[in-house]
Design a binder for this molecule. Structure first.
Ligand SMILES: [Zn+2]
Length: 256
């Protein structure tokens, strides 16, 4: 997908997390700007000449970068808090937030962990990076998920319709989530129909994801024919091609 589609989709997903995790309004504008740039950041590999869709598109990279952003924002606000003397973040955020977070983590109490400011912010940044992964994996080139597994879809990354579609979904999700956040701030309650919005919104993405990946598998099945070779190995050969498996005449296998 193109830069704009990645950036808009990233802030859409990030605002959903900001809403679900009730992220402090003082830091929201700042971290949304970060999420916007994070959305297209993995494609910097094109400028750096380190091979496209390699290390900057891996889950480990997303994890480490999200961790780095979280530390950065926490320290920035811890410094800001002590400088202006006004609490801008939740009470748990001070210079001891890392040991406090690990104490909570070791409790294995999910309610406690999910409500920790550090965890919320990490989830927020990880989702911004992960949004890039979602949009790249459904394209024809796809991505390496692990060293052995490569997943790709059937959408061309320069497809005008899909770039417009994902950009629009991101933008609409961003604005509607922002309205949900403002309404909650005013009334102090959450709205039941916000759940329905996210079910429809997320469901649409999941459907496109499944269709794109699914079509690719179907295409492989249509174009290739598989045989049991030697009763042990299954061979799949594209239509109209032959494979020479050994030096003998019988070792030439064709799919007419
Ligand atoms: Zn990419």
């Amino acid at each position: 997908m193109n830069k704009n589609a990645h950036q808009l989709f990233a802030i859409g997903l990030a605002t959903v997390f900001a809403y679900l995790f009730d992220i402090n309004l003082f830091i929201l504008p700042f971290i949304l700007i970060l999420a916007f740039f994070i959305g297209s950041f993995p494609d910097k590999d094109l400028e750096w000449g380190i091979g496209h869709r390699g290390v900057t598109h891996s889950l480990l990279f997303f994890f480490l970068m999200a961790l780095l952003c979280t530390f950065g924002v926490f320290y920035f606000y811890a410094i800001l808090e002590s400088a202006i003397g006004v609490p801008v973040f939740e009470a748990e955020v001070d210079e001891n937030f890392i040991p406090i977070f690990f104490t909570k983590l070791s409790s294995l109490d999910m309610d406690v962990i999910f409500n920790d400011g550090f965890f919320k912010l990490f989830a927020f940044f990880f989702s911004s990076f992960f949004s890039h992964f979602i949009l790249d994996i459904i394209t024809l080139s796809g991505l390496d998920v692990t060293k052995e597994v490569h997943i790709s879809g059937s959408i061309r990354s320069n497809n005008t319709f899909f770039n417009f579609f994902f950009g629009s979904v991101g933008l609409i999700t961003f604005f509607i989530s922002l309205i949900f956040i403002i309404l909650r701030e005013i009334s102090g309650t959450i709205f039941e129909w916000s759940t329905w919005f996210y079910i429809i919104d997320g469901g649409l993405i999941v459907i496109i994801f499944i269709i794109s990946i699914g079509m690719k598998f179907k295409k492989i099945k249509e174009d290739y024919t598989c045989f049991d070779y030697d009763k042990k190995v299954q061979l799949c050969i594209p239509k109209g091609t032959c494979i020479q498996l050994g030096s003998g005449k019988d070792d030439l296998i064709c799919n007419e």
